[in-house]
Design a protein around this ligand. Structure first.
Ligand SMILES: [Zn+2]
Ligand SMILES: [Zn+2]
Length: 672
């Protein structure tokens, strides 16, 4: 009777309060858009009534401090559950009718023959979430050239929940959240697979050398450790991982419950999505550490039978965290099938939900899942409504990209077979053993550089002392006094020469035979310095990324204190970077002055410090160009315009894929 007259009770039996349905709807919208906490809303209600001199009193006639909070919270919760189950019932009825009216599509179970498209449908849930991605009725496109669906994965460690929030009884069946027990069972199975591997099988052929993958893994591990500063034992849920489509629509979400192990969340999400797709479906995955995950899947067989139908790439946003050899293999710009997708959408999802972080940190386990699930569904609905606008924007973007790459390719006058050939050689050079400087050489170069600095410092101080002594005592006396200093300087120089001879540069880099020793020395020093500069730049970009994420997006303002802290850190470090860049350019300059093209070595490019503020993913700083080949130098090494043309060539191919994908989205949406 209450509901029929437009009110919703605070409890199912013997309610003391009932709230108007309009007010509840208004609040739900307010919460979805502004994350207004219920405490604040109840306070507003109290003040609002107080201004009209309406008070809620207890038995003794005294006004109650906080009359609305408990009944309101409970009414909101049950009202929202009722609404969502009503929606589910309606959708189920429509679905049943549709099944009755439309001829059934056979669901293929034969995974062989990937080239042939097969009839089949994704689950109702996925089709409703993103019709553009999932409403297709044909599946099984070649995973190596054009996977059926592209999704992006990302973790966030800000969405923690304090253990003290407690567990509440289950009252809601989430649509996006994976069950913690399911994820744990996947983790257990992965553990078994790792143990079985230790039993000793021959390792399969990998896309990348082990040390490259290890370096990528390390760089992200460090970044994540800085990110997840939660206290051990203090948080039950330590964060969230969300799998979304390229339209920023969340598809699957899971809680991070264990520190350390991260791959199981990714595997759980992939398995969930694949389980909801027809058997021949293929999947492209964009993930921060896609390279590491791909490697582990090959090594331990995590994905089992799904493996041949899943391809992975790394998100462009954090490409600076990857080795150059890894970027050559895993950048979505260099990997067929990913079109212009970049994996940045998850950032937008996080920024939309960051307002709920403080509200949900102290809430109960089930309540948090309930609220987050509803919020993610809300942003999915918003995303679905704006799919048309997304398409229009994307077509525009595609047109401008296509034009730009055409211009660069035309100017370079290089044909696409030549560029393909150069591309293959570039990739090969990056993973060849020689290009990874041997460790012992590296340490020797380090000490050589240190010695070089000492020699220079000493020389400067000798000059200073000599100048002042000569002024005060006359040249002859000064010379005797200085002889000891000069001796130690000679000693240092001799030690430097010896160390340089020990470097064994010619054996390590036979191609450098015939190049004057001074040049070789500068080349090696420049290369080492560039590695250091690259590391610094990457560190700075990590810092920025953390800053942006703390703020909830690039364009969000953050607290003054945090801003100052990080800014000070950045300025302090930029001084060191500045000096390193200057030194590097000095090396480049000295090589350039004596350069002889008959040496057949590539000239390193000077660095521009302003460009290092935020270098693009194909910027020269990420590329290892000189000193890496044993065979005669290739055009891509010698000429930066060839490298630019290679990038343009790659992007033009991604543009073709993007065009094909946009047409597929349009067909899917029309079909839906
Ligand atoms: Zn989508
Ligand atoms: Zn990598």
């Amino acid at each position: 009777r209450l509901v029929a007259s437009g009110y919703w009770p605070s409890t199912p039996v013997r309610p003391t309060f009932a709230f108007s349905l309009d007010l509840l709807d208004f609040y739900l919208q307010l919460f979805a858009d502004c994350a207004a906490p219920s405490e604040a809303f109840c306070e507003t209600l109290r003040q609002f009534h107080g201004a009209k001199e309406v008070y809620h009193c207890n038995d003794k006639g005294h006004p109650i401090e906080d009359p609305f909070r408990r009944p309101w919270t409970s009414a909101v919760q049950w009202y929202e559950i009722a609404k969502s189950s009503m929606q589910a019932a309606i959708e189920k009825t429509i679905y049943q009718e549709r099944c009755r009216l439309l001829p059934a599509l056979p669901d293929s179970t034969d995974p062989s023959g990937l080239e042939v498209l097969r009839q089949g449908r994704a689950s109702m849930r996925l089709r409703q979430l993103c019709p553009a991605c999932f409403a297709s009725s044909e599946w099984g496109r070649d995973v190596r050239t054009f996977p059926d669906v592209i999704i992006q994965l990302d973790g966030n460690f800000h969405h923690r929940r304090n253990t003290s929030g407690g567990q509440s009884p289950v009252f809601y069946e989430p649509e996006l959240f994976l069950d913690d027990a399911f994820v744990a069972s996947i983790g257990k199975r992965m553990e078994d697979q790792r143990a079985a591997h230790r039993g000793g099988q021959p390792s399969p052929q990998f896309a990348l050398p082990e040390e490259v993958v290890a370096a990528c893994k390390e760089s992200f591990k460090v970044a994540h450790e800085k990110d997840s500063h939660g206290m051990p034992g203090f948080h039950d849920e330590k964060g969230l991982v969300v799998g979304s489509c390229v339209h920023d629509i969340p598809l699957v979400v899971c809680n991070i419950t264990t520190p350390g192990e991260r791959q199981m969340y990714a595997i759980a999400i992939i398995q969930q999505i694949m389980a909801e797709l027809p058997a021949p479906a293929t999947l492209g995955l964009l993930y921060d550490v896609g390279c590491v995950l791909d490697h582990s899947c090959d090594l331990y067989g995590y994905l089992g039978a799904l493996r041949p139908r899943v391809t992975m790439a790394v998100s462009i946003l954090h490409s600076y965290g990857h080795q150059w050899a890894c970027q050559l293999a895993y950048s979505p710009r260099r990997r067929a099938g990913f079109g212009l997708a970049n994996g940045e959408g998850s950032e937008r999802i996080w920024s939309r939900h960051r307002r709920y972080i403080p509200i949900l940190r102290r809430s109960g386990k089930q309540k948090r899942v309930f609220i987050l699930d509803r919020k993610f569904l809300h942003s999915a609905a918003v995303g679905r409504v704006s799919l048309g606008r997304w398409m229009r924007r994307r077509f525009k973007f595609l047109a401008s990209k296509t034009q730009e790459t055409k211009r660069i390719l035309h100017a370079s006058a290089l044909s696409s077979p030549i560029l393909e050939d150069q591309l293959a050689k570039q990739r090969l050079a990056a993973v060849s053993v020689r290009s990874l400087a041997p460790k012992q050489v590296h340490t020797k170069v380090q000490s050589f550089m240190k010695l070089q600095n000492d020699i220079e410092d000493l020389q400067v101080s000798i000059q200073h002392v000599r100048a002042s002594l000569e002024r005060d005592l006359g040249p002859s006396k000064a010379r005797t006094l200085l002889s000891q200093m000069t001796e130690s300087w000679d000693l240092l120089v001799a030690r430097g020469d010896q160390l340089y001879a020990e470097l064994g540069v010619e054996e390590v880099y036979p191609r450098l035979r015939g190049v004057p020793p001074g040049i070789v020395q500068n080349l090696i020093l420049a290369r080492n310095l560039k590695t250091r500069i690259r590391k610094r730049v990457a560190e700075r970009m990590w810092e920025r990324a953390r800053l942006n994420r703390a703020a909830g997006g690039v364009h969000q303002p953050i607290g003054q204190k945090l801003f100052q802290q990080i800014k000070n850190g950045l300025t302090r470090r930029s001084g060191a970077l500045n000096r390193a860049v200057k030194q590097f350019n000095t090396y480049v300059h000295s090589i350039r002055q004596l350069y002889d093209s008959s040496w057949g070595i590539a000239l390193p490019q000077a660095l521009v410090e302003q460009e290092l503020e935020c270098p693009a993913e194909d910027h020269d700083i990420w590329q290892d160009v000189f000193l890496s080949q044993e065979s005669p130098a290739e055009p891509w090494m010698m000429d930066s315009t060839v490298r630019e043309a290679i990038t343009a060539h790659l992007i033009s191919r991604r543009c073709e894929e993007e065009g094909r994908r946009l047409r597929l989205y349009a067909t899917n949406m029309a079909q839906w």
